[in-house]
Design a protein around this ligand. Structure first.
Ligand SMILES: [Zn+2]
Ligand SMILES: [Zn+2]
Length: 181
């Protein structure tokens, strides 16, 4: 339900919150089907910047999540393309975010959003024979040792005594959280 057509939203918020300063012609704006760990991202390579919103994370959520994620990424674009400042969630980002939130338009932007992300069943789980910890994994990883045991018993160095044993995940899937990039 959250699959909004983004350009009109962009223009509306660019007008309302940024005095139309964010240069739309330098931006590639769209949905990403593959991004599943974060709700949105802002990147720039050279002269071309991109805002991507995650379809798997945002489409099951109310449209307000799409709006606040878009504005979050627009603040990144504004800091980078308008202020020419190199920061991520730094002072310029925070000042703009507080300015926007203080206008009480009903839209709230935060530095980190927490959204449930769709269940992707983990195919594998790794068991530490030493401490018994079981961790779900999407794929097998060779030569992985239990970090906690290496730290506790071996001064943080890898040791084959603590190699994880991979086995098929019995059920699969853990509710996970995604954050805004
Ligand atoms: Zn362990
Ligand atoms: Zn961010």
């Amino acid at each position: 339900m959250g699959i909004a057509f983004l350009p009109p939203l962009f223009h509306r918020y660019n007008q309302t919150f940024f005095d139309q300063a964010i240069p739309y012609d330098q931006l590639c704006l769209g949905w990403s089907r593959r991004m599943s760990r974060a709700a949105g991202s802002y990147r720039r390579r050279g002269g071309l910047a991109a805002i991507n919103l995650s379809l798997p994370v945002l489409s099951p959520l109310p449209t307000s999540a799409t709006h606040s994620t878009l504005v979050h990424e627009m603040i990144h674009a504004w800091v980078d393309l308008v202020l020419h400042r190199r920061e991520s969630h730094g002072p310029c980002f925070h000042a703009k975010m507080e300015d926007i939130n203080g206008r009480r338009t009903g839209l709230t932007v935060s530095v980190r959003h927490r959204f449930p992300i769709p269940r992707t069943p983990a195919s594998w789980q790794a068991r530490c024979e030493c401490c018994g910890t079981v961790t779900p994994y999407q794929r097998r990883v060779k030569g992985l040792a239990c970090r906690a045991c290496c730290r506790r018993l071996n001064g943080g160095r890898w040791d084959r005594r603590f190699l994880l044993r991979f086995e098929r995940h019995p059920a699969g899937g853990q509710q996970d959280q995604a954050s805004v990039g």
